[in-house]
Design a binder for this molecule. Structure first.
Ligand SMILES: Cc1ncc(COP(=O)(O)O)c(C=O)c1O
Length: 415
C-alpha cells in the first residue's frame, strides 16, 4: 500500500491553480514578486490548511481524549483522523503505529532516548556522513551516556552513500542503523530498502529519516521495511510543531517513553507507574492538537494530486535551473547523484554563499545558505557552506530563470 493509491485525484497538473491556493505567493519582497525557493527548510501553506486550523479553533475546539462533552469528542475525532491520514500516507496499515511528535527532530530524539537501555558500551550505531544534525546529535547522547560507538557511511564524490564500505562496517556490535532517505543538501535519494535489509541481516534496528523524502516521492514504509520512520509536517505544506514517527509494534514495546505526564499513563501510584498503550505512551500531556489537524489537512490537500505529476513538475523546474546554471563559470553543483530530488546546492568559486543569498533576496528570490545542519557532510566534502535552492509543488520555470538571472547579477556585483 503506497500513499498514492487511495485518494480521488485531480485531473492534470495545473500550476496556476496550485499557486492560487497559496496566499503568500502573492506578496512582493523588495518590490519583486516572491520566488520562494527555500522549500527544503520549510514550505508555504495552502488555504485549506490555514482554514482547517482556523475552523477547528472557531467551531470545534477542546482538549483531546479525556472529554465527555461534544467539543472534546469532535476534537478527538479530528485529531485521531489525522493519525489515520498520516498512516495511510506512509503506507502503514495501523494508525496505532503512528506517534505524533513536534517534528522530525523530536521523533529522532524520542527514538534515541527510547532505545537507550538497549545500548551497552562498545555497541555500534551506524549513521551516514550526509545526515542532518537531527539524526546525529541524539546519537551523540548515546555515545556520551552509554558508551556507544558512532560510525558513518562515507559519501562518494557524486553524493551517493558508499554501500561497499557500509557492508564492511556491519557486524555483531551493530545495534542501530539510522540513515536519511533523501538528503536535504545533496538531494540524494538513498536505497533505504537495501540498506535496511543489510541492517536487519546483522540484527540491527533500522531507522529512516524521511523528513525530505515524504515531500518528493510516494512512501511505503512497509515496503522499505523500516523499524522506525519519521516525517515532519512543516515541509509537507502543513503547520510547524507537528511531525510523526512510525514505529513497528515490537519496537514500540521495546522503547521507553521520552516524556512523562498525563495521557501517557495507565495508573500512577505513589510508588509506581504503569503506561498507556502505544501510541499514547509516547504522547505525554496535551498534544499539538491543531497542528496535527493541520497536518491531516495538508495530507488531504497534497493527496488530491497525482504524485508522479507533482514530482515530474518539480524535477523539470530543478533540471531547468541546473542546465542554465551549468553555463556559469565557477558554478559548482553539490550533489549529482542519479537518483535525487529537487534540491540544488551549489557554490560559486570565490563568493560566499551568504552573500549570494542576500543579493538574491534583493530580487525577491528566497534561497538558503550555510551548512544546512550538516556539518559532518560539509567537512567530508571539504567545504564550509553552500547556497541551496529547493523546489516545491508551486515553483515555476520562470522562478528558476529568476534564480539564474539573480545569480548572474550577484556574481557581477560581488566579483
Ligand atoms: C533531513 C532532515 N532531517 C531532519 C530535519 C529536522 O526536521 P524538523 O524541522 O521537523 O525538526 C530536517 C530539517 O531540515 C531535515 O532536512
Amino acid at each position: 500500500m503506497t500513499n498514492n493509491n487511495n485518494t480521488q485525484k485531480l485531473k492534470g497538473f495545473d500550476i496556476h491553480a496550485v499557486r492560487k491556493q497559496f496566499p503568500i505567493l502573492n506578496r512582493k519582497v523588495n518590490n519583486y514578486d516572491l520566488a520562494y525557493l527555500d522549500n527544503a527548510a520549510s514550505a508555504q501553506k495552502p488555504l485549506s490548511v490555514i482554514n482547517a486550523i482556523s475552523e477547528q479553533m472557531s467551531h470545534s475546539y477542546g482538549n483531546v481524549h479525556r472529554g465527555l462533552h461534544t467539543l472534546a469528542n469532535e476534537t478527538t475525532e479530528a485529531y485521531e483522523n489525522s493519525r489515520i491520514k498520516v498512516a495511510k500516507f506512509l503506507g502503514v496499515p495501523k494508525a496505532a503505529n503512528i506517534i505524533f511528535t513536534k517534528g522530525a527532530s523530536e521523533a529522532l530524539n524520542l527514538v534515541a532516548y527510547g532505545l537507550m537501555n538497549e545500548i551497552q558500551p562498545g555497541d555500534e550505531i551506524i549513521l551516514s556522513q550526509m545526515e542532518h544534525h537531527s539524526n546525529i546529535v541524539p546519537w551523540h547522547f548515546l555515545r556520551e551516556r552509554c558508551g556507544a560507538v558512532l560510525k558513518y557511511i562515507p559519501v562518494t564524490e557524486q553524493g551517493n552513500l558508499d554501500l561497499e564500505v557500509y557492508k564492511s562496517m556491519l557486524g555483531p556490535k551493530t545495534k542501530i542503523v539510522s540513515v536519511v532517505h533523501m538528503s536535504n543538501v545533496l538531494g540524494t535519494i538513498n536505497p533505504v530498502k537495501e540498506i535496511g535489509q543489510l541492517a536487519h541481516n546483522s540484527g540491527a534496528i533500522f531507522i529512516v529519516d524521511g523528513t525530505q523524502s515524504t515531500v518528493h516521492m510516494p512512501i511505503d514504509v512497509m515496503e522499505i521495511d523500516a523499524d522506525l520512520f519519521c516525517m515532519t509536517g512543516h515541509k509537507l505544506y502543513g503547520p510547524t510543531g507537528i511531525g510523526a514517527l512510525y514505529a513497528k509494534t515490537s519496537i514500540q514495546e521495546r522503547m521507553q517513553p521520552f516524556n512523562g505526564g498525563g495521557e501517557m499513563i495507565e495508573d500512577v501510584f505513589e510508588d509506581r507507574v504503569t503506561y498507556n498503550d502505544p501510541p499514547f505512551k509516547f504522547e505525554a500531556g496535551t498534544p499539538p492538537i491543531l497542528q496535527a489537524i493541520g497536518l491531516g489537512a495538508a495530507i488531504d490537500w497534497y493527496s488530491q494530486y497525482d504524485f508522479s505529476e507533482i514530482h515530474a513538475h518539480e524535477n523539470s523546474v530543478y533540471n531547468h535551473a541546473v542546465e542554465q546554471l551549468k553555463s556559469i563559470e565557477d558554478f559548482k553543483l553539490i550533489g549529482s547523484a542519479e537518483n535525487k530530488g529537487p534540491v540544488l546546492a551549489f557554490n560559486i568559486n570565490g563568493i560566499h554563499a551568504h552573500d549570494i543569498a542576500q543579493i538574491l533576496d534583493k530580487y525577491g528570490v528566497a534561497i538558503r545558505a550555510g551548512q544546512h545542519c550538516t556539518q559532518p557532510l560539509m567537512n567530508s566534502l571539504g567545504i564550509h557552506s553552500t547556497a541551496r535552492a529547493s523546489f516545491g509543488i508551486y515553483n515555476t520555470i520562470e522562478e528558476a530563470d529568476r534564480l539564474v538571472d539573480g545569480l548572474k547579477r550577484a556574481i557581477t556585483f560581488l566579483s
